[in-house]
Every structure is written in structure tokens, then in C-alpha cells.
Design a protein around this ligand. Structure first.
Ligand SMILES: C[S@@+](CC[C@H](N)C(=O)[O-])C[C@H]1O[C@@H](n2cnc3c(N)ncnc32)[C@H](O)[C@@H]1O
Length: 287
């Protein structure tokens, strides 16, 4: 059995439970009402909208529906997230091929992320336990790592799935990326709990949401939307502790440059003026 098959056997949570968890564990967020629509007369779009609404247990609504704060909308060739009451970077979608999220802007073999996961000694097998919009997982896979990316939000997972499917239909991108990026819809704590020892990754990568400092209310627009959707990640400490017991070589945690470390005493860190990667060596590779 392939490792990803084992990981995928973990039962994904339901959208409803995520929305409830989000609204209960983060009192500052209102419960989110999410609908799915097809913003096109194309039959394929309608079929995909119906299928996704059924799969996520969400209402299928009209594109001009005014009742839902968030819409997952199928347009011609993609799935996008619309925050109906939010000015700013609307809509949000995963596009690995073009624009600021495009792969061309990620070609930086010597970046901090690559140093942090240990590119100097090869291309590690990485388990990204906080996939989000897939930027980091994609960069690692694009540059040669086998990456399993876990996301517990059904909404983000659906956006990732759509972005990855479009990447697969771009010949140039597909040739470089190959089949190295695998998505898993699950709570990563379940994945780590159930992982067979011989499927343990070299590196576990964490980039949890954490409460913004007051001044960072104007943080990157995409991050604001993510925060509204998934809230903070209060269980990041637990995830880290589990990761330390599973990773063969290291656990890497991404933080804001001046944020406190998620756990004390990283083995080393790589940072620039905005971001820091704390590296915790594990097992026999400590040092
Ligand atoms: C800050 S975002 C990650 C951004 C990501 N590194 C990127 O490059 O786009 C954090 C994400 O981790 C997810 N997450 C947090 N804890 C998780 C867990 N235990 N299992 C799965 N996903 C989790 C959240 O739902 C959120 O989407």
C-alpha cells in the first residue's frame, strides 16, 4: 500500500463540524454560512457545483444569493471562494500556474524554506500538516520533494483539489511537478496517530495560524480571509508534540519573524525580515 493510501484512509471531518469548531473555539468569529453555486450556464460547472455541495453537505444556491456570507463558486474553469461582505482580494482560488501564486515566482532553490527542510542533503519526504492554500507544499514538491499535504478545512481542501487538477492539465507545470504533491483531507493529528512507522516522513512541516498582533490587522489579505474561514489553530502545540514523535529527521515550524517560537529551543532557525523557520531535529539526527 502506498503511504498516501494509508493516510487517505483516515476519515475526513465534515464541513459542518469545522464551521462549528471554528465558531465555538474562536469567539470573535461569527458562524459562517457557506453556499455552493455555479456562476456559469456551463453544464460541467453546474454538475461540479451539485457534486461539491452534496459532498460537503452545503446548500446549492444561486450565484446572486444574498443569504450566504461565503460562496464557493464554480466559474468557467475553476473553483473560487467569494467572501460576499469582504472588500479586498476577492475571489480567492488556488492557481499554481499563474499570477502571484504562480510557480514562476517560486523558483528560488536556495530560499529559507529549502534550507530549513534540509535540501543540502537531498530532497526529503515531507508531510505538510497545515496545507492552507498550498503555497509551501507546492514549492517543496515543485523542487523535488515528495509531499503529502494535510488540510482539515473542507473548503480549503476543495480549493486545493481544484488548483491541483488545473496544474495537472498544464503540460509545462505538470512536467516539473510530476506526481509529487498529494492532498489529504483530514485532521493531521489523526494522520499522525495512524501513520505506520515505515511511512514516517523525513520532515514534518507546520505553519499554523496564530492570533494576530494588534498591528497585524492589516496582515496579508489572503491571511485575513483564511483566518475568517478557519480561525486560529489553538491545537498547534499538540500537533507539534505529535510531529516530534513521528518525523524521522526534523520538524520545521514557520513563524512571523518576531513571533515567539511554538516550542522552546529550536536546533536552528532561518529568517528574513518577515518570516522565520524554526528547525527542530528529531531522533538520531539531532544535533
Ligand atoms: C497558516 S495556514 C497554512 C498556510 C500554508 N503554509 C500555505 O503555504 O498556504 C494554516 C492551515 O493549517 C490548517 N490546519 C491547522 N491545524 C491543522 C490540523 N491539525 N490538521 C489539518 N490542517 C490543519 C488550517 O486549517 C489552515 O488552513
Amino acid at each position: 500500500m502506498q503511504p498516501e493510501e494509508r493516510w487517505q484512509s483516515v476519515a475526513p471531518d465534515s464541513t459542518k463540524s469545522i464551521v462549528e469548531a471554528q465558531s465555538s473555539s474562536n469567539a470573535q468569529f461569527r458562524p459562517l454560512h457557506i453556499g455552493v453555486c455555479a456562476d456559469s450556464s456551463d453544464k460541467g460547472c453546474r454538475r461540479r457545483a451539485t457534486e461539491l455541495a452534496g459532498r460537503l453537505g452545503l446548500s446549492l444556491v444561486d450565484a446572486d444569493d444574498g443569504q450566504h456570507g461565503i460562496l464557493l463558486a464554480f466559474v468557467e474553469d475553476r473553483l473560487e471562494l467569494r467572501l460576499c461582505e469582504c472588500r479586498g482580494p476577492n475571489p480567492l482560488f488556488v492557481d499554481f500556474a499563474n499570477g502571484p501564486l504562480g510557480y514562476a515566482s517560486r523558483i528560488n532553490r536556495f530560499g529559507m524554506l529549502f534550507q530549513a527542510v534540509g535540501f543540502r542533503s537531498g530532497r526529503p519526504r515531507v508531510l505538510d500538516v497545515t496545507a492552507g492554500m498550498g503555497h509551501d507544499a507546492f514549492r517543496l514538491a515543485y523542487h523535488g520533494c515528495e509531499v503529502n499535504a494535510v488540510e482539515r478545512s473542507s473548503i480549503l481542501h476543495a480549493l486545493l483539489e481544484d488548483g491541483l487538477a488545473r496544474a495537472a492539465s498544464n503540460p509545462e507545470l505538470h512536467a516539473q511537478l510530476g506526481d509529487r504533491l498529494h492532498l489529504i483531507h483530514a485532521d493531521a493529528r489523526d494522520v499522525l496517530r495512524e501513520l505506520a512507522p515505515d511511512a514516517a516522513p523525513d520532515v514534518i512541516y507546520l505553519d499554523p495560524m496564530f492570533p494576530p498582533k494588534k498591528k497585524s490587522a492589516l496582515a496579508k489579505a489572503e491571511m485575513r480571509i483564511l483566518r475568517q474561514l478557519v480561525g486560529d489553530d489553538p491545537d498547534a502545540g499538540e500537533l507539534f508534540a505529535m510531529a516530534m514523535n513521528v518525523a524521522r529527521k526534523r520538524v520545521v515550524v514557520k513563524r512571523h519573524r518576531h513571533a515567539a517560537a511554538l516550542a522552546p529551543s529550536p536546533t536552528h532557525s532561518h529568517g528574513d525580515k518577515t518570516t522565520r523557520f524554526d528547525v527542530y531535529m528529531t531522533g538520531t539526527n539531532r544535533g
